[in-house]
Design a protein around this ligand. Structure first.
Ligand SMILES: *Cc1c(COP(=O)(O)O)cnc(C)c1O
Length: 362
């Protein structure tokens, strides 16, 4: 059935091999693979859980982690919750997650309580905000950082596993030697002040991996968390391809349901489209327009690229995407399937949509 997302497990595995080589062999870091971009797809998760280079399997949603926690733990990998937990999910977190990222003491107290109830010791990574301004205790507020550590160390069922930072998400701040060095400095201060050793200083996501190639990842960063670089081969700091990776790990297929020659400018007074936006039209004269049966409910139109380079995406609505196939060398017919490679947004939405079938290349 279409629309369909073709997941190439061989390409994903070889991307994993490539990022593992950079992160572990060159960078000397442990490897945390992030599954949320592909909505923790079960076949992908199985491959990751069985890959010998992976140390941690992470997602932002407990619901996703639940689906693979058993397989991950069976293979000696810790499960990790990336999004700061909700109070409402504390009981599930201590059950399915081995390490959660935290920045709020009220939440860590709840995790302590819930961990006590089921007799486990729960690991927390204290998030430090180095300026991207999403999660974490602000790095300049050292008093707050030390106060949090002091209280965490009194909690019977919590283990302070380390500190971490997230960058290039909200504020689009690029990880550099100088800002990441602030994280290492904070880690060393905590260790000195409290006489402890932190297991992990986690230096960010796919936007940090480029620093290894440049030899600029600060000494002391000993973990990276990789989603997009593994799934699509992207260095997300500067949008370059990582050596040894490919980006066509996923192919979206959609079927043509209408094919007609019509003008390229709509006729009549222009209002707003289905999403309240005022559209812009380029006059291409009379063109061959193909409608494919997939829309904004299933994908991100700005994050997909036709494999046939002579096709242009003109626009779409909830359930339709309109293509200009005039210049293509292929004589398309109704019923033909058009293929696309995806960016992060397209991957996220197609993997999440219940209307998109999945198939696997193994
Ligand atoms: C999503 C996320 C990641 C992975 O990001 P990529 O850019 O896909 O590598 C890492 N850490 C945190 C906290 C995240 O939320």
């Amino acid at each position: 059935m279409y629309p369909r997302l073709l997941v190439d497990l061989n390409k994903l595995r070889s991307n994993l091999d490539a990022v593992a080589k950079i992160t572990k062999e060159q960078g000397g870091c442990s490897l945390m693979i992030v599954t949320k971009g592909l909505c923790a797809d079960p076949e992908m998760a199985k491959m990751v859980a069985n890959h010998p280079a992976v140390d941690f399997m992470a997602d932002s949603r407990v619901m996703n982690i639940k689906t693979y926690a058993e397989e991950a733990r069976k293979n000696g990998k810790m499960t990790v919750l990336l999004r700061i937990p909700m109070h409402a999910e504390a009981a599930d977190v201590v059950k399915y997650v081995d390490l959660s990222f935290n920045s709020e003491l009220s939440t860590i107290r709840l995790l302590n309580e819930e961990a006590g109830k089921i007799g486990v010791k729960h690991n927390v990574l204290l998030m430090i905000d180095l300026g991207d301004l999403r999660e974490g205790i602000f790095y300049q507020n050292e008093d707050q950082i030390f106060a949090a550590v002091e209280e965490i160390l009194t909690m019977e069922n919590i283990n302070l596993y380390g500190v971490g930072v997230n960058l290039t998400c909200y504020g689009a701040i690029i990880p550099k030697n100088d800002n990441l060095s602030n994280l290492v400095a904070i880690a060393r201060k905590i260790e000195e002040k409290f006489g402890i050793k932190l297991n992990m200083v986690s230096g960010g996501n796919s936007s940090s991996i480029y620093l290894i190639g440049k030899g600029e990842l600060p000494e002391g960063i000993n973990n990276l968390r990789l989603g997009e670089s593994f799934l699509l081969g992207n260095d997300t700091a500067y949008g370059e391809k990582l050596p040894g990776t490919v980006s066509d790990t996923l192919i979206l297929e959609a079927q043509i349901v209408e094919l007609k020659e019509k003008p390229s400018i709509p006729i009549g007074e222009v209002g707003v489209d289905a999403f309240g936006q005022k559209p812009y039209y380029e006059d291409r004269g009379v063109i061959k327009r193909a409608i494919i049966a997939i829309g904004k409910q299933d994908t991100d139109i700005d994050s997909m690229e036709p494999l046939d380079e002579k096709i242009d995406i003109l626009g779409g609505s909830s359930d339709h995407i309109i293509l200009d196939v005039t210049k293509s060398d292929t004589e398309y017919k109704v019923g033909d399937v058009v293929r696309f490679v995806l960016g992060y947004g397209g991957m996220l939405k197609t993997a999440t949509s219940p209307y998109v079938e999945k198939a696997y290349i193994k």
